[in-house]
Design a protein around this ligand. Sequence first.
Ligand code: FAD
Length: 392
Amino acid sequence: MKDNYDIIVVGAGPAGSITAKTAAKKGLSVLLIEKRQEIGDPVRCAEGISKIALKKHIEPDPRWICADMKGSRIFSPDGTSVQMAEEIAGGEVGYVLERKIFDRALVYESVKAGAEVMVKTRATGLIIENGYVCGIKAMHLGKEYKIRSKIVIGADGMESKVGRWAGIDTSLKPSDMETCVQYLMSGVNIDQEYCQFYVGKKIAPCGYLWLFPKGGNMANVGIGILGSESGEKRAIDYLNEFVKEKLPDASIIEIDYGGVPVSGTVERTIANGLMLVGDAARQSDPVTGGGIINAMDAGEIAGEVACNAILAGDVSIKSLQEYEDRWRATIGKAIDNGLIVKDLFVKFTDEELNSLAYSLKDVNFNKMSLTDLLYALFKANKKLLWDLRVLF
Ligand code: FAD
């Protein structure tokens, strides 16, 4: 470890690794730090990802792909199912990954590009001078270090502190996040080519329950409910009820807990000498909670903008505005639209969800474009068209 870098990236998830790789490829000196001793472990993810979006960043590798999906089945509260092909089922169900290996592969890509990596290294604060972030304080194996850089990237995930240290408000209310719990289960006899989603107030209030196949007879079986819905009955209680009824013979071989921001975008993701990416910047999809692709897309933009700013000798908030503008014009637009859909979805009663599913159950989604899908949906549900008019 040196005491000075062009860029320090805090957090070696997908956002941090892609940022580090992009910046290092452009010739910048990059330090990527990770507080855990093992990259990607524990997993806090259902591990679904869109194939097309993934290929923009890395060539798929069988070492970290557990299952290849044909599509999704969505079950309404009364059990009516709607089947969708992978291309139109939304961005999160093309492959089911093994993130413990995937996250490492991404870090390895950043190392190949020239980034330096330190695990078991926790950022504990920022060095701020004359209103500029110019490095971090970090703990590594019981010793404190001060490491300087021209830009710090906060890629420290859902529980991000880097933004707050720089005066950016990234706080989340319970209604701004899904609280999730997931079991990795063996002995799950489901169609291994389809992800399953279960919706409804009695199953997963203001969220959904998922079964994502992981190959063999394994699956991620998890649930996310809005934090504000978690009271006496918690996410894990809903999940246990489902498992007891539908998967009585399956065994739990891993338990993961985590939160997903579904708040929509924060007001600002930059400061002098600082950018936030991925979950730290609240860039996950408010409807699905999926955030891997957005984190990688934002990481690439951040790496490019960091390079431009450093070459121009200007790391002020004005110079880093390019990052803010670029991600908001792409990822940000999708998040804003997603927030409208999510706010509508959480108001649906179980009866409305049943009626929606019923109107779509015989539609052949395999042959449909997304526009055809929306048309079919709205033809059957005029009120929905009215509620979502702002999207068109
Ligand atoms: P993370 O992957 O969280 O990485 C942040 C990293 O920063 C971590 O490794 C952490 O240890 C490290 N870190 C934190 N603080 C510090 C510090 N002070 N110093 C050093 N390192 C630090 N998304 C999908 O696309 N598909 C899914 O199927 C999906 N399912 C999900 C299911 C659950 C239960 C949950 C909780 C989330 C799910 N997500 C899913 C969301 C997805 O996991 C995240 O959006 C994605 O991991 C965000 O990537 P990131 O790099 O921003 O953050």
